[in-house]
Ligand binder design. Structure first.
Ligand SMILES: [Zn+2]
Length: 253
């Protein structure tokens, strides 16, 4: 268990306590790994469930539906209130601190980074096996969404395709992290934040973030970057435990 991990999260622990712990613990992780939190407080507001979403992030405030406070998490289940809150907390950085340009590729800059960040804190807190289940969940959602579309765009061009922006991008970032290491990925994210935090127009695009990822990726893995972000490539995981095999190119849009 990493030194920034939350204490044990037993099945009987109250969701309110989980939410409070997440805010404290995840703010600490994101602050240390990315940049200081921009406010002096972060509040979670309970709202009725009028829609299917988990919650919405606003600057210094997270609105989340009441069922997340009422639900129990049994042993062996993925802690959705934990994961969802970690996702919403990450929005305080993406796009809370860096607003991307509303151009092709804008889906690359917020939801995907929030999902990737949440996957990392799940791993830090519950371990790689649980993170792997989240990874598989993301992959299933991506493949389901992919099956309904006639044409898939590369990650660098994603706009309003949730199965790519939320799912595939998080998978790609997590897979890249497996190859180049967490510190390298976080270095790229920190550099992106330092260059564009609270910047006015012109706002950064997916290519600006991609440039930071390229800068921390060894030349020997540049082709992996192309497969993950520039083309439409279907990845698979192998029994060896690696999270991303060098994939065969399935299709290119
Ligand atoms: Zn989100």
């Amino acid at each position: 268990m990493a030194d920034d991990a939350l204490p044990g999260c037993a099945a009987t622990r109250s969701p309110q306590s989980i939410a409070a712990g997440i805010v404290t613990g995840r703010l600490e992780y994101y602050t240390r790994q990315f940049s200081p939190y921009s406010g002096s407080q972060l509040q979670i507001v309970e709202i009725p469930r009028y829609d299917s979403f988990f919650g919405r992030a606003h600057l210094h405030t997270i609105a989340t539906t009441e069922d997340n406070f009422l639900s129990r998490v049994d042993e062996g289940e993925i802690d959705q209130p934990f994961y969802g809150t970690a996702h919403e907390v990450a929005h305080q950085w993406w796009p809370g601190q860096v607003m991307g340009a509303l151009v092709r590729g804008h889906g690359f800059l917020s939801e995907s980074l929030a999902n990737y960040s949440a996957m990392i804190v799940v791993e830090k807190t519950y371990g790689p096996a649980v993170a792997r289940r989240v990874y598989n969940f993301q992959m299933d959602r991506y493949l389901s969404g992919r099956a309904t579309q006639s044409r898939e765009v590369p990650l660098l061009e994603v706009e309003d395709q949730p199965y790519i922006a939320y799912r595939k991008r998080a998978i790609a970032m997590y897979s890249l992290r497996e190859q180049i290491g967490e510190e390298a990925v976080n270095t790229a994210l920190r550099s992106y934040l330092e260059k564009y935090r609270d910047a006015g127009p012109p706002y950064p695009t997916s290519l600006d973030l991609y440039a930071e990822l390229r800068a921390v990726t060894p030349d020997s893995l540049r082709s992996l970057l192309v497969d993950l972000f520039e083309t439409v490539t279907l990845g698979t995981s192998r029994p060896s435990g690696r999270w991303w095999s060098r994939p065969a190119r399935a299709s290119t849009a």
